[in-house]
Design a protein around this ligand. Structure first.
Ligand SMILES: Cc1cc2nc3c(=O)[nH]c(=O)nc-3n(C[C@H](O)[C@H](O)[C@H](O)COP(=O)(O)OP(=O)(O)OC[C@H]3O[C@@H](n4cnc5c(N)ncnc54)[C@H](O)[C@@H]3O)c2cc1C
Length: 510
């Protein structure tokens, strides 16, 4: 049985039969099996948008060796009596715990929020009443910040291919569509994620893992460079290893770690707004038509670089989705985006952010606690202006023209929009850079100026980074690991989960 890779171009509305016909024609035989290895949309020429598909084909008609087996993630299992305690059930904490359970450890995940279904109810109540639950919201609860998201599984992090395959395979076994294994821009959708997160949780429990939901770590017993236990309010919990995967919204947890002398440094991050457009306008701009068979909704990625400004770029684009109020704590205003698997809602949204270096922006050496304080103050200011979770907003055209919008409509955001002058909210260099970037994007994407912008987008990545030794161990603390987005070494679902897996493999090293 020989093996061959075929690169095929197929129309957007192709079906499996058409694909198989094309393979048959290329191989000149009907005896073959195949797997799609990669599928990406080529929309460079609007008059000829098509899928580029790479298939791996095995057939007796092919000469040469068969398909080489792909090396998988090696998890060293043995009977162990060591206990590991993880803080946070987001992608980093969960995948770290899952791998540790598979390696034979006694593992407990502590999560301040609830199981996904109960969390979903609290999020719906918040959107109906404006009453935020500080433990169950878009940032906190089972599955972490990624549960009610677009579930985009793209990651630019290098050297995580084994971890990525393990994550994707785990998602597929938990109910994700198989296409995530080969699509260039795979995504799960919020509706799928709630079920996948719950199924993954069940599998972890079946393998002997323990969850403590509605349990918050409030203190750490750290003595002579060793963590002995954590305090949860309902008791002290001891373990041999401690992994903090608390995400980058958990200011209290950061402050707790920093207060105990766990070393962090300030790192570059980004702030800005979410822009929202009618999806049809994005489809027209990107494809030249309002719909394409076999493709859900058009996406975009925009970047602007000019030495006179901060870099400005789009991030976390959610086609056919919704802008959501993602504040983790009362009195902060933060927006983010999500979509369901079908991506069929009438609006598209994306973050447009300016990359900042706080030391340069504030023209002084900033320490990690100051960085958190600075960001939290900005999040508070965005709440203080409307005095609620109404989002400070502006039409892009008005922002470019230096005006406050007289009226605002056409948004998926569940709370009202509050006409605002972003010059009063952002530091001047951020505002100027966002304006220059958006001017550029208006030239790049037809109709971009017709959108609206809502603030504040402040969670593209963490403003601080844990100092780690090789293998992810916290510098100077023998049995403490800080991983995922909160550690400042990952950003997004896949890279955070991969960082969690790498941490687990370090702990499991013989
Ligand atoms: C609305 C939204 C949409 C997003 N969309 C995408 C997307 O499409 N694709 C993508 O790649 N990324 C997306 N992201 C970002 C992604 O969710 C994060 O990068 C990822 O979840 C980070 O994983 P993590 O495990 O490091 O931390 P988190 O997911 O933040 O999880 C941390 C967990 O720790 C818990 N915790 C914190 N402190 C304590 C404590 N003291 N005690 C107990 N528990 C604690 C929190 O409750 C939380 O559940 C989105 C985020 C949001 C909010």
């Amino acid at each position: 049985m020989g093996f061959k890779i075929l690169e095929l171009k197929l129309p957007t509305g192709f079906d499996r039969q058409e694909l198989e016909q094309r393979i048959k024609k290329k191989l000149k035989t009907v005896e073959f099996s195949y797997t799609i290895e990669k599928q990406s949309l080529d929309a460079r020429k609007k008059e000829n948008i098509h899928w580029l598909i790479r298939v791996g084909v095995s057939s007796p008609a092919l000469r040469g060796p068969g398909r080489k087996p792909q090396p998988g993630l090696e998890i060293p299992f043995k009977k162990r009596d060591k206990k590991v305690l993880l803080v946070g059930s987001g992608p980093a904490g969960f995948f770290c715990a899952y791998v540790l359970v598979l390696a034979g450890f006694k593992v407990t995940i502590i999560e301040q929020g609830s199981r996904a279904a109960a969390r979903l109810n609290r999020v719906s109540t918040f959107e109906r009443t404006g009453q935020l639950d500080e433990n169950d919201n878009y940032a906190f609860g089972e599955g972490g910040a990624g549960t009610f998201s677009d579930g985009k599984l793209t990651s630019r992090t290098k050297s995580i291919s084994k971890e990525r395959n393990f994550i994707f395979q785990s998602y597929i076994e938990a109910g994700a569509p198989e296409e995530i294994a080969y699509l260039a821009h795979p995504h799960l959708g919020s509706d799928n994620l709630v079920k996948i997160v719950a199924n993954l949780g069940r599998e972890y429990l079946r393998r002997g893992g323990v969850f403590l939901f509605n349990t918050k770590v409030r203190d750490i017993y750290l003595k002579n460079g060793i963590v002995e236990a954590v305090e949860t309010g309902s008791g002290k919990i001891e373990a041999d290893y401690f992994v903090f995967a608390a995400g980058h919204s958990a200011y209290e947890t950061y402050r707790l770690l920093m207060g105990k002398g766990v070393p962090f440094r300030v790192k570059p991050f980004a702030i800005g707004c979410r822009v929202e457009h009618p999806q049809e306008l994005v489809n027209l701009g990107q494809w030249g038509c309002s719909a394409l068979p076999g493709v859900k909704a058009a996406e975009y990625r925009l970047t602007f670089k000019d030495n006179a400004y901060m870099p400005v770029y789009s991030f976390c684009m959610c086609p056919g989705g919704k802008v959501v109020p993602a504040a983790p704590y009362k009195g902060l205003n933060i927006v983010n985006g999500k979509s369901n698997y079908a991506r069929n809602l009438p609006f598209a949204n994306a973050a447009i952010v300016a990359g900042i270096n706080l030391n340069h922006l504030l023209k002084k050496e900033v320490d990690p606690l100051n960085a958190l304080e600075w960001l939290e103050k900005l999040e508070k200011n965005f709440f203080a202006l409307p005095g609620s979770y109404a989002a400070p907003a502006c039409k892009i055209e008005d922002f470019l023209g230096g005006r406050i919008s007289a009226s605002l409509s056409g948004s998926s955001y569940p709370f009202p929009l509050f006409p605002a002058d972003f010059r009063d909210l952002f530091p001047e260099p951020v505002c100027t850079s966002l304006r220059a970037g958006m001017q550029h994007f208006c030239k790049k994407m037809k109709g971009f100026e017709k959108g609206i912008m809502l603030g504040l987008e402040s969670k593209t990545s963490a403003p601080v980074q844990a100092l780690r030794e090789k293998g992810g161990r916290s510098a100077g603390v023998k049995n403490l690991y800080i991983c995922g987005e909160g550690g400042g070494w990952a950003g997004g679902i896949v890279s955070s989960a991969a960082d969690g897996i790498k941490t687990a493999l370090t702990i499991a090293q013989p």
